[in-house]
Design a protein around this ligand. Structure first.
Ligand code: BG6
Ligand code: MG
Length: 214
């Protein structure tokens, strides 16, 4: 194992909750209730695909492409406003220590995020310098579960996919890692992320994983 590729939202930083709250606000404006259970399907999924799922949840049909783009932009505006004040306190527990350990062991570190705000968030948290490659939603076209985001990160690191491990909190991300021929550690609920090669309930527990034994 020569590289670890991190998802961002819900793995490195606690921004998954702001994506959820922003979609929830949009849903309420559209007149329906959107809760945390509906949100599970949005994790790891691109902005436009998330909107499609949100509209499906609300039973809303017949929306033009232009209106869809406006709704997605509205949600993104809420999200950007919510994260405008995030700081290092929102980095998830154990992540700084885990990044240091990887560095000491000579393992390369990359970001593989669907979010167009990925690089900006790492910079805001003063974490960008720790990453040998940063791939976010601006660099890829195909959303997870397509492996493009992770394969692009491996290519930038110049490490074969089989020697990369992905850390993910979303079922779509685990599927993407495996489709790219990579191992995957799931963060969260084993019932949802059971296909991962290892699952830990929170980022604090990453330290316990023997990466070479996955
Ligand atoms: C993923 C999140 O990391 O990025 C999704 O898990 C989000 O919830 C997606 O929709 C796209 O993010 P953005 O910031 O480009 O809208
Ligand atoms: Mg995520």
């Amino acid at each position: 194992m020569k590289a670890v590729i991190f998802d961002l939202d819900g793995v490195v930083v606690n921004t998954a909750k702001y994506h959820y709250l922003a979609w929830k606000k949009l849903a309420e404006e559209l007149g329906f209730y959107f809760d945390i259970k509906h949100n599970e399907r949005l994790k790891g999924v691109s902005r436009m695909e998330s909107l499609r799922i949100v509209l499906e949840t609300g039973g809303i049909q017949g929306i033009s492409q232009k209106e869809k783009e406006e709704l997605a932009a509205r949600k993104n505006g809420y999200y950007l406003e919510m994260i405008s004040r995030i700081d290092e306190s929102e980095i998830l527990p154990g992540i700084p220590e885990f990044l240091n350990r990887l560095k000491q062991e000579g393992i390369k570190i990359a970001l593989g995020s669907a979010s167009k705000s990925g690089r900006m968030i790492l910079e805001k948290l003063n974490l960008a310098g720790q990453f040998d490659a940063i791939v976010d939603g601006n660099l890829v076209e195909k959303p997870k579960p397509d492996p493009e985001v992770f394969v692009t990160a491996a290519r930038l690191l110049q490490i074969p996919c089989e020697q990369c491990t992905v850390v993910e909190d979303a079922a779509a991300g685990i599927e993407a890692a495996h489709a790219g021929g990579m191992k995957c550690i799931g963060i969260g609920d084993r019932a949802i992320l059971g296909r991962a090669d290892a699952v830990v309930e929170s980022t604090e527990k990453l330290a316990k994983i023997d990466l070479q034994a996955l």
